[in-house]
Design a protein around this ligand. Structure first.
Ligand code: ZN
Ligand code: ZN
Length: 284
């Protein structure tokens, strides 16, 4: 199996509308492991569309507790279970993820107990192991090393960028973050940097469309996310080989298309460039 990253959901933010892509999730296939990174709405369908058997699910990372990154964690695990999952799944994420999982289990307790009794399924509960993460090395297993870097994503404190490295390949995902200088070291020389991005000129119309009339949404976007040109500068300074922009804000405004993103990074990045789209697979 050659290494790749598949973008399962390309948009930033949890809402979907006609014409929009799905919230954030990725499939990172490296070193013989398939790692689900973030579980926004649509992750389950996205994995199946990539040809993945859900019963083979074994490793999940959640970057932070915003719903566009973990709303479908429970439904993914439950659906994998009904698709024949019998082996443990390790889920790594910020402190608090275990509470979300416990709440999901409580909400589905009747169904889970019924399927154990009626269909003879193994108990889902002990199959899922939640591991809180902190900065630094999170996992080193079979030639694959995964590291986490805390990002700038107020008001959240526990939000992480992730680095996936084998002897041959290095892939970095920014997670959600304001421009983060430390990412330049974290991603130094990576084969692929997948960075979140927003188009600044589109923000006034976006907040007018989906905000609630206050300045709060604009304030959040500006202090917690990265303009596309800054993502491009970080990629250049990090010396990465290829750049993909994802967690796109906006992702459903017909007034803005791929050429606007290309224009935003022009002069700041001149290497190979991918604009995230649901289902896009990037070989690494
Ligand atoms: Zn997000
Ligand atoms: Zn976020």
């Amino acid at each position: 199996m050659s290494d790749y990253v598949a973008i399962l959901g390309a948009k930033g933010g949890p809402a979907i509308r006609p014409g929009s892509s799905m919230p954030t999730s990725l499939l990172v296939s490296m070193g013989g492991r398939r790692i689900v990174v973030d579980c926004g709405l649509g992750v389950t369908r996205g994995l199946v569309d990539q040809g993945m058997e859900l019963k083979d699910l074994s490793l999940i990372f959640v970057t932070h507790l915003h719903s566009d990154h973990y709303l479908e964690l429970g439904p993914l695990l439950h659906t994998a279970w009904t698709a024949g999952l019998k082996t443990p799944v390790d889920v790594y994420g910020p402190p608090g993820l275990e509470t979300a999982w416990a709440g999901f289990l409580a909400s589905m307790q009747a169904d889970i107990d019924l399927r154990i009794a009626d269909e003879g399924r193994p108990d889902l509960r002990p199959l899922v192991r939640i591991h809180p993460i902190a900065e630094g090395e999170v996992l080193s297993d079979g030639g694959l090393t995964i590291r986490a870097l805390r990002t700038i994503h107020p008001p959240l404190v526990d939000c992480f960028a992730l680095s996936f490295r084998t002897a041959e390949r290095h892939v970095v995902f920014s997670g959600d973050t304001a421009p983060l200088a430390a990412l330049e070291t974290f991603a130094r020389g990576a084969d692929l940097l997948i960075h979140e991005a927003m188009l600044e000129q589109a923000l006034p119309s976006l907040t007018a469309r989906v905000g609630n009339g206050s300045e709060k949404l604009m304030t959040h976007l500006l202090r917690s996310h990265t303009p596309a040109q800054d993502a491009a500068r970080i990629a250049t300074r990090a010396g990465v080989k290829r750049l993909a922009l994802c967690h796109l804000i906006p992702a459903d405004d017909p007034a803005y298309g791929p050429e606007d993103w290309s224009r935003a990074i022009a002069g700041h990045w001149d290497g190979p460039f991918f604009l995230a789209a649901d289902g896009l697979r990037i070989a690494v």
